[in-house]
Ligand binder design. Sequence first.
Ligand SMILES: Cc1cc2nc3c(=O)[nH]c(=O)nc-3n(C[C@H](O)[C@H](O)[C@H](O)COP(=O)(O)O)c2cc1C
Length: 215
Amino acid sequence: MRVRCSSWLCSRRNSAARIKERKDSIALKRPVRQKIMNHSIAILGSARSDGNTARALNRLIQGLPCETIDLNQQKIAHFSYNQDYENDDFINIVERIVDAPVTILATPVYWYSYSAPMKVFIDRFTDLLFSQKPLGRKLRGCKFAFLSTGNSPHPNETISQAFSSFCDYLGIKNLGMVYACADGPFYEEPPVLNIRNYIRDAAESEKRAVLPNRR
Ligand SMILES: Cc1cc2nc3c(=O)[nH]c(=O)nc-3n(C[C@H](O)[C@H](O)[C@H](O)COP(=O)(O)O)c2cc1C
């Protein structure tokens, strides 16, 4: 049986409980501002989605918070001087790149150069110097890494140099370049470790920034 308490102490308790209930319900209704965790991104630009480059890339990012964007599954128009693009995916991808701790460009060597999908993608960065300047400015200070595969036992100097100059021109920090001959091991281990450590450390500090401070 519920006993109704008529003392002043009891009514004070009841009103205190009501106030707390109200405060709790207001707190529940208030929208929670959440910072979203940004993953690193790998752009795969090979003529095949499951070839040597895809396999080398999977080894490079294994176990790390890094999402692969396969250019075969994206609509990326060729560069146009008139900036004439019909709803393609380029700007969407760059918006994710500028928020990503690390971006890896992964390409096979085709005829001493980037693959065609990777070249088309890279050409479009020209838009970020003209019609998309505000977004282009956000690229400054972004961290990029480069992965290539080829049949030659050594990395191709022409595309390594091209990637390096691309980073310099856009103010991007080059975290390192890795190379694998066909399906073989990486040519050098230090840049692999450097890139992996960078992705891991960036994810850890993002996690600390996203998690609310507990008192
Ligand atoms: C069209 C084409 C051109 C290539 N040109 C080169 C080249 O110039 N230098 C080289 O070392 N390998 C060359 N290769 C070999 C590929 O770079 C190598 O097999 C690479 O690992 C393939 O990666 P994928 O499976 O992602 O396409 C070429 C292969 C193709 C299909």
